[in-house]
Design a protein around this ligand. Sequence first.
Ligand code: GAR
Length: 241
Amino acid sequence: MARKIIVGTLISGGGTNLQAIIDACQENRIDAEICFTGSDTPCVKGLERAKKAQIDTFVVDYARIIKDCKQHGIKDTDLPEDFDLEEMVSKQRLMVTDASKEQVAFFLKSRAIAERKLLDLVLAYEMDLLVLAGFMRVMTPYFIDRINTEPGQHKIMNIHPALLPAFPGTDGYGDTFRYGCKIGGCTVHFIDYGEDTGPIIGQKAFEIEDTDTLDDVKRKGLEKEWALYPHCIQKFAESFA
Ligand code: GAR
């Protein structure tokens, strides 16, 4: 049997995936235990779910941090001491469109301020794996490099509501539905420097009937997610055995 891995979790909302993982841990269906649940948004239902399961919780209010950066500007002294803009610009693959140099710099700096706060909380725990369970923020290389500290190592897992590489971004089920796909699905993958581009760990698909609404697609998809995420965490745990 694999040893129990220690898993940190990050959420942004309702936390039904978090609940599926909590249940799988509590019922010993996977060799994992959750050490914390962090959120980028205060007062979301997922935090209540974690508290009910006696899991430590914390919030880093990204929206407030980004608003502050926009209102007051970003001084060098606001940035983490080990932040190197040039290095981040050369590594990042999140903003590859026609964003200006200033926009890219603002994005990387404001996220690094939020990510430093998140790292201070996350790295207080010794964890084997960080699981993004409906966490609606991209991670920049600043954060990723401080979690994946060994070369070639992947320690951050994400679930995405589409069959990647189709429909990356913030509305996977919506994009699948509007495109008129007859098959939808969800993907668990490791995070890399791009948006939803990292190595795929597992996928589940479902059929979309002509009469299905977007709500039907979301319902079918979430049901698949609740089985897929624990399965992929177990696969990771077994790689420790
Ligand atoms: C899930 O559908 C998940 O795939 C999606 O957010 C939802 C969270 O639901 N994640 C993303 O879109 C990540 N970019 P939940 O809070 O009920 O688990």
